[in-house]
Design a protein around this ligand. Structure first.
Ligand SMILES: Nc1ncnc2c1ncn2[C@@H]1O[C@H](COP(=O)(O)OP(=O)(O)O)[C@@H](O)[C@H]1O
Ligand SMILES: [Mg+2]
Length: 335
């Protein structure tokens, strides 16, 4: 195949920069090169296309390349454009990507996937009328990623702290605020590859907080986490998490790969699904990287003994299979 790897500069830090005003090193090109290398190792030809603010430029680059497949789309805009241009791409579609965390949580509730109780606000006045779960609460942007906007102050114990945390997200990030019950337990994230009944669940990764971190904040995600893979939980809990992850993934119609973040509460044996990551990081570090961090899925692959070539072989196979099945469906529909 001729495959395009999209490269969107600052894709993972742009929201945190809005929240805190700080600039962060951009690792997006290193990530794109990593993916390109892994795809090349599987015998495909690869080109990296850098995403531009000029949409005409993007259209030209994507169309003139005659790509069989695009990988590493990592934002709503990229996915939207690929769908408009009818270019096959790896990952979830616009119908899912366009939804926010609150909408996904509502869908999870319908599908009996346990998720923290929540309220959603889009301005401070709503704080006085909205029905809140009991304190302590957890406050986060409704379209957050990479823990942008998450600090120790995201855990709030009273109305004053709640108001301040909401204010920062509303004004700095210009996003709605998801106010959830704060779940105290073990943080575990679960990677998945594939589609529908064929989905494969990767070994659950436990994230232990180090130092002063009381939650997995943006700064804590910069190499401060302590990883345990598989998670240090009894087999029963691991099975529960894997089952919940599959249900959470399939009930939203996620495609090709993804990651579900959970807090597992050992006392009640309940896994609370926090969010689905449709743009989960896929890099497996070799040691030569300058800014790139290990991805959570990369940690899971290390545990399985997979190289990035192995991971991309499975990802591409899952994606190709889905695309060929979609073509059969189309043909039948035309009969
Ligand atoms: N309801 C909650 N209870 C406890 N911790 C939470 C809750 N929601 C989020 N967190 C913490 O905040 C982190 C980021 O939240 P998450 O919903 O995964 O957003 P992001 O898209 O930024 O990763 C989680 O990894 C977890 O440590
Ligand atoms: Mg997360």
């Amino acid at each position: 195949m001729k495959i395009c790897v999209l490269h969107r500069p600052y894709r993972n830090t742009e929201w945190q920069t809005k929240f805190s005003g700080e600039k962060f090193p951009d690792d997006a090109i290193e990530e794109a090169r990593h993916h390109a290398e892994a795809i090349r190792a599987n015998g495909h030809s690869v080109e990296i296309v850098t995403w531009s603010n000029d949409m005409v430029k993007n259209i030209r680059a994507l169309q003139s390349g005659n790509y069989d497949l695009v990988v590493n789309a990592s934002s709503l805009e990229e996915v939207a454009l690929l769908e408009i241009l009818h270019i096959p791409f790896m990952g979830s579609g616009i119908d899912l990507v366009a939804t926010d965390k609150a909408t996904r949580k509502r869908l999870w509730r319908e599908a009996q996937v346990l998720t923290p109780a929540f309220a959603l606000i889009s301005n401070l006045e709503q704080l006085s009328s909205v029905e809140l779960p009991p304190f302590p609460l957890f406050v986060k942007p409704v379209r957050g990623r990479g823990s942008a906007g998450i600090t120790n102050e995201s855990i709030v114990h009273n109305h004053k702290e709640l108001r301040r945390a909401c204010q920062r997200i509303l004004y700095n990030m210009q996003q709605g605020v998801l106010i959830e019950e704060h779940i105290h337990g073990v943080e575990v994230t679960v990677g998945l590859i594939g589609n529908g009944a064929d989905v494969m669940v990767l070994p659950p990764l436990e994230i232990e907080y180090s130092g002063q971190a009381r939650t997995n904040t943006f700064m804590h995600k910069q190499d401060n986490e302590i990883f345990h893979c598989p998670a240090r939980l009894p087999e029963e809990a691991i099975n529960l998490l894997c089952e919940a992850a599959k249900r959470a993934y399939n009930s939203l119609g996620a495609r090709d790969f993804g990651r579900i973040d959970f807090i597992y509460v050992p006392k009640t044996k309940q896994p609370y699904a926090l969010e689905l990551n449709t743009f989960a990081g896929l890099q497996i570090l070799t040691g030569d990287e300058q800014h790139l961090h290990q991805s959570y899925i990369g940690k899971m692959c290390e545990q399985l003994g997979w190289t990035s070539r192995d991971l991309f072989q499975r990802l591409l196979a899952a994606c190709q299979r889905r695309l060929s099945e979609a073509m059969v469906d189309d043909d039948t529909a035309n009969d």
